[in-house]
Ligand binder design. Structure first.
Ligand SMILES: C[S@@+](CC[C@H](N)C(=O)[O-])C[C@H]1O[C@@H](n2cnc3c(N)ncnc32)[C@H](O)[C@@H]1O
Length: 352
């Protein structure tokens, strides 16, 4: 094969850019843990000495960190004053923890992937699964922190209003089950918005359920939430007005079995909301930055999680709407439609 030197250099250039992004993981983790981003979030220009003094850290290290951040485009540098500052947009993404655009939860997911490499390596060889619960604990916290900002932006203002009759039922006082609820970010948001309704959060992962309970209590919605350890195919209760699956159907080994159980637990006019990663049915249409994130996470987290469970279907995080619709229909649902979407998620509504 003859190598085209121009194409090779262009490819090497792309890889160097990607390498810089990969090597930013450490500085981003440090920046969050030491409060470096937060200390810059008000937009005031800082020198390394200023930032080190503000955060009780070492100036020499902080200078190197600031330069890495400026080279990454995460902060701005003014050569005239030798000061660094964050724009409002950089501060929203990197400095405003708990806000709707906060990004650093995603980095914790990336850390979990690196830490679990040995287990996944073995799984690639054997074809065995690696259960959600078998991952490094930073996966659970990282997942919550990665997804919560998106739920804050879209769940109450777009997704629930897009469902057939659900908003009115929850306002009047209904019941909802949030299955695969993890740390309960979505459950708590819904409970805050609909004080007359009761929200049940279920997840097979006991430590996540404990965190969800604590999060609900801290948010003041402990009275209208109940969290229990339960698998998607056998959670308790019936007559739910709404059942929600946030970014978890594809993680399950037997999503069709789960769909069947949802069908049996919904009220006659109840709605199943399935929030799944945005993906086309065609692989070639997923070969973009979003698909890159999801396929990478899927190979280390979602597909192994599914393969570790009964049936082990392994839908993957880029299953696409057609495959999801088949799972939902095989579970007994007659009506499925795409109710809403964002660049990261598609929201399907299923009714009996
Ligand atoms: C990607 S996380 C999403 C968590 C949460 N819904 C969120 O959006 O933050 C997937 C969740 O599904 C849960 N899960 C996976 N398989 C499950 C099953 N068969 N039954 C119940 N929960 C399951 C995992 O424990 C994990 O909390």
């Amino acid at each position: 094969m003859a190598v085209n030197p121009d194409k090779l250099m262009a490819f090497m250039g792309k890889l160097v850019g990607d390498l810089g992004a990969m090597m930013s993981i450490g500085p981003m983790v440090i920046g969050e843990k030491l409060g470096l981003y937060k200390a810059m979030a008000d937009g005031s220009p800082v020198t390394a000495a200023d930032l080190a003094a503000k955060t009780n850290t070492n100036e020499r290290y902080v200078r190197e960190w600031l330069c890495s951040q400026a080279a990454s485009g995460f902060v701005e540098y003014d050569p005239a004053t030798e000061a660094f500052a964050m724009t409002e947009e950089q501060a929203a993404a990197l400095g405003a923890e708990g806000g709707p655009f906060y990004f650093l939860g995603a980095i914790e997911l990336a850390v979990a992937m690196v830490r679990d490499e040995a287990k996944i390596l073995e799984a690639f060889r054997t074809g065995q699964g690696v259960g959600w619960h078998e991952h490094d604990a930073c996966l659970f916290r990282g997942t919550e922190r990665f997804f919560r900002p998106g739920y804050m932006r879209h769940l109450l203002s777009e997704w629930i209003p897009a469902l057939d009759g659900v908003q009115a039922k929850l306002e009047a006082g209904g019941s909802a089950a949030d299955v695969g609820c993890g740390h309960g970010a979505s459950t708590v948001l819904m409970a805050q918005a609909f004080p007359r309704s009761h929200f049940y959060g279920f997840d097979y992962h006991a430590p996540s359920i404990e965190k969800a309970r604590a999060a609900a209590a801290a948010a003041g919605v402990g009275d209208r939430t109940t969290f229990e350890v339960a698998p998607a195919k056998a959670y308790p209760g019936s007559g739910y007005d709404l059942v929600t699956f946030f970014d978890c159907l594809h993680d399950m080994g037997d999503p069709t079995g789960a769909a069947r159980h949802v069908h049996s637990t919904l009220a006659e006019t109840g709605v199943w909301m399935i929030v799944e990663p945005m993906a086309s049915d065609k692989t070639e249409e997923n070969l973009n930055p979003i698909g890159r994130v999801y396929y990478s996470a899927s190979s280390f987290i979602c597909t192994p999680a599914s393969k570790a469970q009964e049936v082990g279907l392994g839908l993957g995080a880029q299953a696409g709407e057609a495959r999801l619709r088949k799972v939902i229909a095989d579970g007994g649902f007659q009506h499925v439609r795409r109710a809403a979407e964002t660049p990261f998620n598609m929201v399907l509504e299923a009714r009996c």
